[in-house]
Design a protein around this ligand. Sequence first.
Ligand SMILES: NC(=O)NC(NC(N)=O)C(=O)[O-]
Ligand SMILES: [Zn+2]
Ligand SMILES: [Zn+2]
Length: 484
Amino acid sequence: LQTELDEEACSLLPYEHFLIYSKRVLTPKGLTAAIVEVDKGKIVSVKEQSTPPTSSTELPVSDYGNAVIMPGLIDLHVHLNEPGREEWEGFVTGTKSAAAGGVTTVVDMPLNSFPTTISKESLQLKLLAANGKLAVDVGFWGGLVPENAENTTALDELLSSGALGLKAFMCPSGINDFPMTTASQIKAALPVLAKYGRPLLVHAEVQQPLEDGHPQLEEFTGLSSEEKRHYSTYLASRPESWEKQAVQELVNAAQITTAGSSAQGAHIHIVHLSDAGNSLDLIKKAKHDGAHLSVETCPHYLSFSAEEIPDGNTQYKCAPPIRHAENRASLWKALMEGHIDFLSSDHSPAPPELKLLEEGDFINAWGGISSLQLVLPATWTFGKGHGITLERVALWWSVNPAKLAKLSQKGSIEVGKDADLVIWDPETSFIVDENYSLFHKHKVTPYAGKTLSGQVISTFSRGNLVYHEGHHATKACGLSILSA
Ligand SMILES: NC(=O)NC(NC(N)=O)C(=O)[O-]
Ligand SMILES: [Zn+2]
Ligand SMILES: [Zn+2]
């Protein structure tokens, strides 16, 4: 391997045409022993073979034995927060974390950076800021806000400048510079998205009056510090009815995306679903009725439950909230049955002080969970009890995300695709403790202290070995991915 002493290099390997072998290569046909030939960043052949290449081959060979070779993960929901808030994460630490976690493509959310990505100009600023800092490939979602929702020209420019789609919030986003939009503003934007065949991603919560017996939103400031330390106080503040109302409004809006309608070809994607009850039922029915609708959930909703969140541990705070264990089981069931289309991290870091860990104040702490480097082991570890398979992991983390973002050159190990690969050992466990190299800018995560199984060994990004056993390539050669 090239060491840090060498001149800057995009890859830890000194060549671009080589063979990789393992007994467990995940191709669209399934898991098989195979040789993957990589040349100039592309997969040029995949040959099933039960033994590694003999020494006679003139090409260099990396023999990974029984490790699993899978398509690199594609994480469509990451807040990298640059420009403007790189002290929250930033492109350098965010994409190094991705590489260390086998995530070879990240699509960056339009908020928590400053400016937010709501115009052609702010997208240009994003691209400038990202230049030379990307360890893996990064795409960008544009933002749909009241300022541009009814401005067809602005949305057209944003999409024609390369945004892979748009993101909207139906409730306050937790950060003042990215305001929420209503269902009618969302509907107004759909015809422009239809023109580009690009999706609208939505944070699906609509504020509703809270049930009697619980403090109403306006009463939160009066809560005692003790009450604000209880996770149950926070959980009660964002009930399933908020998600259900949003989903109902989106299902109604999606009606104009069907054939012959004004927004035919547009697609609505619900991000980070937490409610596996009424909200999921509405989604299942709408899909059954042919709505152009998809939905994701995140590992933290599948890993943790409200019952286990101790008072004051605000690193678990996110919106929508992590719900009860029964809900988690229903999410796993829906995921295994294909009603939930794929997974994303919703990596949403902030400086630790915003998490108010000393006070343990769930009401005022930053809502957002950091997990980008850990999503593969987290999915694998907590999926074991639910019948998870390697094929499903690739479907949820590579194949389906590539389809939504229309990244046709990525998402599977097939000839002609980008050589984006993660090589990992599902059977090796580790503890996320101070000895574990977490490359996130901040180490606050609810996975701290947890034992996870699934150790990433190597990550290839377009044929460059960008990460191998704790080492990153010395030069960041990831590309900004713009829609065609
Ligand atoms: N501004 C945010 O990053 N919000 C995020 N925060 C969460 N999920 O708690 C999100 O995705 O909604
Ligand atoms: Zn959100
Ligand atoms: Zn988010």
